[in-house]
Design a protein around this ligand. Structure first.
Ligand SMILES: O=C(O)C(=O)[C@H](O)CO
Ligand SMILES: [Mg+2]
Length: 261
């Protein structure tokens, strides 16, 4: 059976961030992910994880100035110093939270910079991230993101991510396969999971088109989850969706998977 992690940036937003850990555990989750921990001391988050018997399975490197629209630094040639600092900061948190995966966001394509320059920067930064992360027992992951949610994002398709991962070594870098982005951009979910399975180190889910919980949109999730399981994926699937109503009221879809650890 697939194992689901609650995404605490999107779920349980009825409560302040630090109180969401208890709500996730009460709803039956054994693991959590979120976008960014940096507004809170790592020790405080570690305590919430321990108090509630939860594992932290993923979070993101600092993405630059999120409030001003930045969405990562890794492909940006004039931000390499800042990328190194972001990596170090994320690794400090990962150590404190015993987190095995870090999402390295590529960033938005700056106007006038050739694609090859961005790709070379992304590869060089990922190479460095892989080296530093390996020392800490962490695997960095990259995620193709659709054009509608983040227009101008550098990394859009699973094939593009796969080519970068193969060039750098799948044992060093993984794919964060977000089924929601894949359905928006590419579709053919099960075939794409089959194609990229050896590279996939983390998954995420939301239904399309609304980015709400599974069962609110157009995808046959029981079939997709069953095939993912049959294919042998044993990693986590982060519930990176905006609940259509109150979070707990929308967890009916999760009932068959609640006991997976
Ligand atoms: O948007 C997503 O799907 C993500 O997973 C990123 O971490 C945040 O943009
Ligand atoms: Mg995602």
């Amino acid at each position: 059976m697939p194992r689901f992690a609650a995404n605490l940036s999107m779920m349980f937003t009825e409560a302040p961030f630090l109180d969401r850990f208890a709500l996730a555990a009460r709803a039956g989750f054994k693991a959590v992910e979120f976008l960014f921990p940096y507004e809170h001391p790592a020790a405080e988050i570690a305590k919430r994880l321990a108090d509630n018997g939860l594992r932290q399975v993923l979070f993101n490197l600092p993405p630059g100035d999120w409030a001003r629209g930045e969405r990562g630094l890794a492909a940006l040639p004039d931000r390499r110093g800042e990328f190194r600092e972001a990596l170090a900061r994320a690794l400090d948190y990962a150590a404190a939270l015993s987190c095995p995966r870090l999402h390295v966001m590529a960033g938005l394509r700056p106007e006038g910079v050739p694609h090859d320059t961005l790709l070379a920067t992304f590869a060089a930064n990922l190479d460095r991230a892989a080296e530093e992360c390996a020392k800490a027992g962490v695997k960095p992951v990259i995620e193709p993101i659709n054009h509608r949610d983040i227009p101008g994002y550098f990394l859009n398709t699973t094939d593009q991510a796969a080519a970068i991962i193969r060039a750098l070594g799948p044992e060093r870098i993984g794919m964060q396969f977000d089924l929601y982005h894949c359905q928006v951009t590419e579709g053919d979910l099960v075939r794409r999971v089959e194609r990229h399975l050896p590279l996939i180190a983390h998954m995420q889910v939301a239904d399309t088109p609304g980015r709400n919980e599974p069962g609110t949109g157009e995808v046959n999730w029981p079939f997709v989850f069953r095939r993912i399981d049959e294919l042998g994926y044993r990693g986590w699937i982060g519930c990176e969706y905006r609940p259509a109503g109150e979070t707990t009221a929308g967890l009916g879809w999760f009932a068959p998977y609640r006991n997976e650890t």
